[in-house]
Design a binder for this molecule. Sequence first.
Ligand SMILES: Nc1ncnc2c1ncn2[C@@H]1O[C@H](COP(=O)(O)OP(=O)(O)OP(=O)(O)O)[C@@H](O)[C@H]1O
Length: 267
Amino acid sequence: MTTQLVDRTTAVRLEAVSKVYGHGGNGLLALDKVSLSVRPGEFVCLLGASGCGKSTLLSLVAGLDKPTQGEISTVGRQVAMMFQEPALFPWLTVSANVEMAFRAEGLSKHERRTRAAEFLDLVHLGGFGKKRPHELSGGMRQRVALARALAQSSSSSSSSAEDEGGAVLLMDEPFGALDAMTRDLLHDELERIWRERALSVLFVTHNVREAVRLGDKVVLLSSRPGKVVEEFPVELARPRRTDSAEVAELAAKITDRLKEEVLRHGH
Ligand SMILES: Nc1ncnc2c1ncn2[C@@H]1O[C@H](COP(=O)(O)OP(=O)(O)OP(=O)(O)O)[C@@H](O)[C@H]1O
């Protein structure tokens, strides 16, 4: 089950969470007693081989699905999710796509547009509000998706009155389809916004360097069923460069551990 946390030292907490898809003999154990936590303002990267249950875990935290066993708790503010594909409505303008985040708030059209423009400015897309998604590059579309996720997590309908902490952002390989240069730029922007807005982030990737570039902590999941194998604190100074020797060194250590896990499971 998913509950609201009263404890202010944790933004997201999973305790012995298991997920089985299907029933009986045909059931598939996707996650096996996974425990992990994200502190308020912490950037946690979740790393693992394909099919180890990373997306499953995020959808459970987002409340899109329920764990079979275990408990998930989050801060009062509703979490926002961002996927590999930006999932924009192609027939709407960029601004209208971001305005969707405020649709439950009863704001006037003018207020919605003004607030959407603020979030588009934040991701350096000021002036692009009237464009349609197909007129933008892949990286720009992903920025629109980021603006919409930030708007969602800040909307008053998604926060409780006593909630003063930053929002929780769940990201499922959001930059996986982008070229390396665009990805680098978006890493810098995400890091800036994360700091400015004191976000708590759970970021799924299978790119080890990306995890080390961004994370305060990298949580390594085993191959299916997903279990936490090891947590690696990343104590490198920020801002980091994906191509730096320090990032490469820790990434190599984590990759070795990941390979060991994949070989142990035979897939
Ligand atoms: N709705 C579902 N019904 C049945 N099985 C599912 C469902 N969703 C996921 N699975 C299975 O659960 C396992 C974990 O899937 P999941 O998508 O969470 O892994 P992942 O680590 O995110 O993979 P990838 O890195 O390839 O995106 C996989 O074996 C997948 O086939």
